[in-house]
Design a protein around this ligand. Structure first.
Ligand code: ARG
Length: 459
């Protein structure tokens, strides 16, 4: 029989229920945070005179020893320990005797677990920020090498207007930057201390919440103890921010998968990042971006799971909240793995095919807007020019030719304003070069953007 509970219990748990109830199998990864929280709490109890300073020292020493055991891999909690909080308290009592029983004064597992998960998530938000920066740097490197490489730009997945490949890649750097900003905003709401709210109502023990908050580098403390122990909004916000990162990774993955297909053939996958088929010897598959695209689903699932888990909870702590952990842990793991895999893919997994790309931007009507803009520059109203170019495109389609193949006399028949300089203006390189509006794909603009990002990311 486990002796976790107070003497009001006569009988031990049914073994299945014991396992069902326990969280130690997954909350073991909160060990460092739980120890840090306990050390801060013990120090505070000592300073407040709730325990003597010598007692505080002995408790802290015991907790430090458990830290070393954890690092050495010798700390092995049992299922009977139920969760990380109990397992540490037990080990502490084993190590320093009944003095260990004073640690839990003025504290509950409810404020304790809230403290642990916030400390853990805060640390991992910082790791994810690093991962996002690596992702941005991999994109930037590829963009820097491909300012003058053109790629078809699409709307509705129909060829629209050619763009600089660097411009295309820079779009993902922008998304990642919003992701970083969102995470740093979420971090503010993660970094609030619930410690000292006790079970739900605060405590009559003369604790000092500001002290523990400062020790643990929280920005401030929760103002309301009921809110403090039952708030998981920060978890929802984090998984929502993670979901958007997965959306962005899934979108670039989808593009890479399309580009690697024989139909597009814009890139080749290197052997280091592609996989074969067990049956078809000719296959080279984009498993990496497919997995990233697929994994986005489980992160969205965690978001739904958390929202549903919280929505019916009366104040304050309910055991349902134990379910937050696996959602948060799996989100962090899935997200970090996906960011790393995508960065590796960008760094060493893709080879762009310049001939095929040039051919793609030269063999369509994606310069039609530029013919209209040519007339606009000569004073023709855009809508009129647009209608005329539509007619010219139709003429080309019937004749089986492209705009560049129409001879000057024919152009002049359509509108005498056309001159020989038109041919230069509708060549793909010129088409891209001319889009110099702010945020546009014109090479000068793209180079400026690249410089801004190089400064920002390489500092
Ligand atoms: N393992 C629990 C959790 O993760 C710790 C808090 C338990 N509190 C309680 N009153 N049963 O939420």
């Amino acid at each position: 029989m486990s002796n976790t509970w107070s003497d009001r219990f006569d009988e031990g748990l049914n073994p299945f229920i014991e396992r069902f109830n326990a969280s130690i199998s997954f909350d073991i990864c909160l060990i460092e945070e739980d120890l840090d929280g306990s050390i801060a709490h013990a120090k505070m109890l000592g300073l407040q005179g709730v325990i003597t300073s010598d007692e505080a020292k002995q408790i802290t020493k015991g907790l430090d020893q458990i830290k070393s055991e954890a690092l050495a891999g010798t700390f092995k909690p049992e299922i009977t320990d139920e969760d990380i909080h109990y397992s540490i308290e037990r080990r502490l009592i084993e190590l320093i005797g009944s003095l260990g029983k004073k640690l839990h004064t003025g504290r509950s597992r409810n404020d304790q677990v809230g403290t642990d998960i916030r400390l853990w998530l805060r640390k991992h938000i910082d790791y994810i920020d690093q991962d996002l920066q690596r992702f941005q740097r991999s994109l930037l490197q590829l963009a820097g090498d491909n300012v003058n490489t053109l790629i078809p730009g699409y709307t509705h997945l129909q060829r629209a207007q050619p763009v600089s490949l660097a411009h295309h890649l820079l779009a993902y750097i922008e998304m990642a930057e919003r992701d970083r900003n969102r995470l740093s905003d979420v971090r503010k709401r993660v970094n609030i201390s619930p410690l000292g709210s006790a079970a739900l109502a605060g405590t009559s023990v003369p604790i000092n919440r500001q002290y523990t908050a400062k020790e643990l580098e929280f920005d401030c403390i929760y103002a309301n103890s009921l809110d403090a122990v039952s708030d998981r909004d920060f978890a929802v916000e984090f998984v929502a921010a993670a979901s958007l990162i997965m959306v962005h990774l899934s979108r670039i993955s989808e593009e890479i998968i399309l580009w690697a297909s024989e139909e597009f053939a814009f890139i080749k996958l290197t052997d280091r990042c592609a996989t074969g088929s067990s049956l078809m010897p000719q296959k080279k598959n984009p498993d990496v971006p497919e997995l990233v695209r697929g994994k986005s689903g489980r992160v969205f699932g965690h978001l739904q799971g958390l929202l549903t888990m919280i929505k019916g909870l009366p104040l304050a702590y309910n055991k349902d909240l134990q379910e937050d952990k696996e959602a948060i842990f799996d989100t962090v793991k899935t997200l970090r793995d996906s960011l790393q895999a995508t960065s590796i893919l960008l760094e060493e997994g893709l080879i762009f095919c310049p001939d095929r790309l040039l051919d793609a931007v030269s063999s369509d009507f994606s310069n039609a807007t530029d013919v209209a803009d040519y007339l606009v520059a000569k004073g023709v109203a855009f809508r009129e020019a647009y209608q005329l170019v539509g007619r010219i495109v139709k003429y080309c389609l019937n004749a089986g030719i492209l705009l560049k193949d129409v001879d000057l006399q024919r152009w002049k028949d359509f509108n005498p304003l056309f001159e020989a300089d038109l041919f230069d203006k509708i060549a793909p390189m010129q088409v891209v070069k001319s889009r110099l509006s702010q945020g546009g794909t014109g090479f000068d603009r793209v180079r400026e953007e690249l410089q801004i990002w190089q400064k920002k990311l390489n500092k």
